[in-house]
Design a protein around this ligand. Structure first.
Ligand code: GCW
Length: 665
């Protein structure tokens, strides 16, 4: 049977290595669930059974009985494991999966399966791991009518019209995939939110989804439409300081918890891109967020308030707006509020410097929001593995408390000693059979979960793990594919926006090149606003001579990036307007370096194609053809990007394309 990608990385085909199978068979004759059988523990046992039966090619029983060679699942207090950490160890000749909570044991079971699936022998030393970040969230931008904002994998997986009566079996498969990588929260609807989700009619539907998620340790959250009190509450205002508005939210929240007892909380986009918010009433973001936090009362829920805000402003620099609005509010948010900050200061571009709010709001827990759906990275046609992008952001040093004050340490709460922490990925999931449109989109979902759990994992190790679990176990092919994955993001940056160019993509659709865009509804939605090409040079001057956005960073960062000679080439045009003839650290002039990157980037897609051809005998033919076909689109469009951008910038630079790049035809 051809592989349609539906099983994601949860593929439990029999291990080809007989020695490995034998070793595991001796350890996995059955599964014993100790201390009771909550739905989550039952789920854990069932998942482990399902996986082992497939991998080992024989039945594995689940029961209460003991006996040699059985895997025991045990909930047991262990102060070294936090709330969700697990330990897989050997006791009296048998494997035990322990954790302080049911969910922890479930995570342990998936970790054990991963261990087997990636071809490792039974562990001789204990395997332990606990998540570094507490709220590991997927954000769906899904609408009530089944469309997905910036979704490229079909329509929404949530069938709102059929819920709550019809429970699509896919919901459970979705929950399994998430639990297997440690995701423990999902926001089911778009941040450009419909107020409908807060009505009793929709709450029943959301509750039905929550019922499916619960055994998998996943809580459900809602994006809220700020103007809901007016739109569905019959009030004349949505002013957060108005007592009637406060009462309305309190009553709504109580109603939600009656319907969904483990409801997770709210995500809010307010006063951004035309959405309503507290500023409509002269209030600020903290007034709004704190009002919602208060409405949660004693319920165990949180508010994630997005910092993605900017207004039409021809003179300012959009780069600075979130900082300017939020930094003064540090210390003003209620304890249940986290502020959710995008990577990065503009808008999910293929490479951005880290957001200056990281490290600048020490009294507020900050959530990092990354985008898995490839709005700015070639939709579902370009192969771009996002592990390196996520890691690059996490490892950026803010220097807020001296060297080593990385974004990772800001968001996991260790740097500023927060007791709550979060990370969010904008989902790339839809109703396509293979969930993500591009099969490699699955790797981005996977990598997000793994890095959310443990940001110290290496992105290439995660790529390798995913490849083994999803595409092939043949070592040489795994190597080749992992290499393609690891290079893919840099390649994409080179043929679209090298050297720190940004936001020069097609208007509103955000696909393909449109560097010439001069007119739009707003100046900060044009391309020329961002690249500032002229007869002298290229790039956005964000030094003190320009917008001075650099002043938002710590002195060490400012010093490094503020000088074009020390600024890494990858960020150069983010911060400097560089003369075309200026020599860069690479030895080339700006023009030559720019064109070289565009050309070599596009050529590298041919390299990706060649690598993919090599693994053909080792992967499923259907998946091979699918990816090979998408790579053909990618190459065609890499040439489109290259030619559009080089020819357009050439009208300013008035320099020839280096002859070495264009061999005579
Ligand atoms: O990048 C922009 C997208 C919008 C999106 C917005 C946001 C949900 O183009 O579609 O709206 O970001 O993150 O709020």
């Amino acid at each position: 049977l051809a592989d349609d990608g539906y099983r994601l990385w949860l593929k439990y085909d029999q291990l080809p290595d007989a020695r490995l199978r034998k070793a595991w068979q001796a350890q996995a004759k059955g599964i014993t669930v100790e201390n009771g059988a909550s739905p989550t523990l039952q789920t854990a046992a069932h998942e482990l059974q399902l996986g082992l039966q497939g991998l080992l090619g024989r039945p594995v029983s689940v029961g209460a009985s003991g006996g040699k060679g059985r895997i025991r699942l045990q909930v047991a207090a262990d102060p070294t494991l936090g709330k969700e950490g697990y330990k897989i160890s050997e006791q009296n000749g048998g494997l035990v999966v322990t954790g302080p909570t049911d969910a922890a044991v479930l995570y342990g079971c998936f970790a054990l399966l991963r261990h087997v699936q990636t071809g490792q022998m039974p562990p001789t030393a204990a395997l332990t791991s606990q998540p570094r970040v507490q709220y590991r969230m997927l954000n769906h931008w899904d609408n009530p009518n089944g469309t997905v904002e910036r979704g490229y994998a079909g329509s929404s997986i949530w069938k709102w019209l059929e819920l709550p009566e019809v429970i699509d079996p896919r919901y459970k498969d979705y929950a399994r995939a998430n639990a297997s990588i440690g995701i423990n929260g999902i926001v089911v609807n778009n941040v450009n939110a419909s107020a409908r989700y807060l009505t009793p009619e929709y709450l029943r539907k959301v509750a039905a989804v929550a019922d499916v998620m619960r055994p998998y340790g996943i809580r459900v959250y809602l994006s809220v439409m700020w103007a809901a009190p007016k739109l569905i509450g019959g009030l004349s205002t949505s002013d957060p300081l108005d007592p009637k508005v406060r009462q309305w939210w309190k009553a709504r929240t109580d109603e939600i918890y009656k319907t969904i007892p483990d409801f997770g909380g709210f995500l809010v986009k307010a006063n951004s891109e035309g959405e309503p918010g507290p500023q409509d009433y002269g209030r600020n973001h903290a007034d709004g967020a704190n009002m919602l936090a208060e409405s949660l009362g004693q319920h165990d829920g949180i508010v994630m308030w997005r910092a993605f805000v900017y207004k039409a402003n021809s003179k300012g620099d959009r780069f600075k707006e979130a900082y300017e609005e939020f930094k003064p509010l540090d210390g003003k948010f209620a304890p249940k509020v986290l502020v959710q900050v995008k990577n990065g200061p503009i808008d999910f571009q293929s490479r951005e410097p880290f957001h200056p709010l990281f490290g600048a709001m020490p009294r507020t827990p900050l959530v990092l929001e990354v985008q898995l759906t490839q709005e700015y990275l070639g939709f579902a046609t370009h192969l771009v593995y996002l592990g390196p992008l996520i890691k690059e952001c996490l490892e950026s040093d803010t220097y807020s408390q001296g060297k080593g004050s990385t974004v990772a340490k800001v968001i996991d709460g260790t740097l500023e000693k927060h007791s709550i922490s979060g990370i969010a990925g904008v989902a790339n999931i839809g109703s396509d059979r293979n969930w993500t449109g591009h099969p490699v989109g699955q790797a981005n979902w996977y990598a997000f979960g793994r890095l959310a759990w443990d940001h110290t994992l290496k992105s290439d190790a995660v790529a390798e793990e995913w490849t083994k679990m999803t595409l092939t176990r043949e070592p040489q092919a795994v190597n080749t594919i992992a290499q393609v994955l690891n290079q893919s993001r840099n390649i994409y940056v080179r043929y679209t926006t090298p050297l720190g160019l940004h936001h020069i993509m097609g208007q509103s659709i955000h696909y393909g090149p449109e560097p010439w865009l001069e007119k739009s509804a707003r100046p900060d939605w044009t391309s020329v606003y961002y690249h500032k090409a002229d007869s002298i040079g290229l790039g956005f001057d964000r030094t003190a001579k320009g917008s001075n956005a650099l002043s938002l960073y710590s002195p060490q960062v400012r010093q490094l990036w503020g000088n074009p000679a020390t600024c890494p080439p990858d960020y150069l045009l983010w911060f400097h307007h560089v003369p075309w003839g200026q020599r860069l650290s690479t030895g080339n002039t700006l023009w030559d370096e720019l064109t070289t990157r565009y050309y070599s980037g596009a050529d590298s897609v041919l390299w990706m194609q060649q690598q993919w051809e090599q693994v053909k005998p080792k992967v499923d033919p259907e998946q091979h053809t699918d990816i090979a076909s998408r790579l053909r689109i990618q190459h065609r469009e890499a040439l489109w990007w290259r030619d559009a951008c080089v020819l357009y910038f050439q009208t300013y630079a008035k320099r020839p394309i280096p002859p070495s790049l264009t061999p005579p035809t």
